[in-house]
Ligand binder design. Sequence first.
Ligand code: ACO
Length: 323
Amino acid sequence: MTVRAVIQGCGHYLPKRVVDNSEFERTLDTSDDWISSRSGIKRRHFANKDETTSVMATLAAKEALADANLQADDIDAIILATSTSDLTFPSAATMVQANLGIVKGFAYDVQAVCAGFVFALANANALIISGQAKKILVIGSETFSKLMDWEDRSTCVLFGDGAGAVILSAENGKGDKYDRGILASDLNSDGRLKDILYVDGGVSTQSTGYLRMHGKEVYRHAIEKLATTAQDSMKSAGISVEEIDWIVPHQANIRIIHGTAKKMGITSDRVLTTVQDHGNTSAASIPLALSVSKINGHIKKNDLIVTEAIGGGLAWGSLVIRW
Ligand code: ACO
């Protein structure tokens, strides 16, 4: 018997304010055509001041609990992937714990920027298979709009806000690739690449700072690293490209998404995309894509999913999951 971390439910929250590309045309030297042709993004949601990272995370978590038919009290642990926690500390995860009225177990944030949700899921999987928790709420929630330099057209048009959540539950499997749950994961980072994507503020500067990105450099690393990590976790899970039902990539840029799929030998009809509607929501992008794709009927029970992400650090990784 093998213990597997199975996705029992999911949910999401998107801020009420939707901003189309055309809104940027009023304040910046840019166009809908430039933004959508370079990134695939058509619109994104921006949080208002009450829609903080922990508030959105809580709303997504409540949806996931309802979807899983569980009460908040059933949860043993909360892992929240974010780079935009409401405050420097305490963690947004403990705020969610309090918002949900949970008074047992433990909660903490994981910070691996856009790869955060992949790192958080792998972390939750390790806790479940080692017997330290049975039901874990794994959330990605971000307010990247708070990190934007609104005069920098090369970055502020690319990002958005939102939250997504899944509940992982310990279940017994046979130990083969037909089990439901997380079948394999692969995590990587390379701190030498810290200067190509970073925020120029933080505790050491006593200011929040702005996101800075060398887009071409990030692009250059992304496709190669994402395809390699996806292939490495597929190898660990013992699955072939033909067996995959869906690639659920980090939703940063449609050209990176399609370039990675092509390198993996996967046709675009098996790639789920939400980047057109959400922009890049960093650690929230994958759980948002999972939840939206489940609601619209694309993802179904027993589907084999490969998910991959890369972000600041650089940090990147992937998972193979049978839904
Ligand atoms: N509107 C109009 N023109 C613009 C805009 C804009 N919003 N932004 C930049 N430009 C201009 C540039 O100033 C440049 O002008 P110049 O040639 O006169 O200097 C020109 O467009 C070309 O700029 P490039 O940077 O060469 O454009 P590129 O084709 O590389 O596309 C992009 C830029 C979309 C950022 C691309 O490099 C990319 O996708 N990189 C990956 C970025 C990414 O996805 N990051 C997130 C992944 S990691 C994470 O999720 C945190």
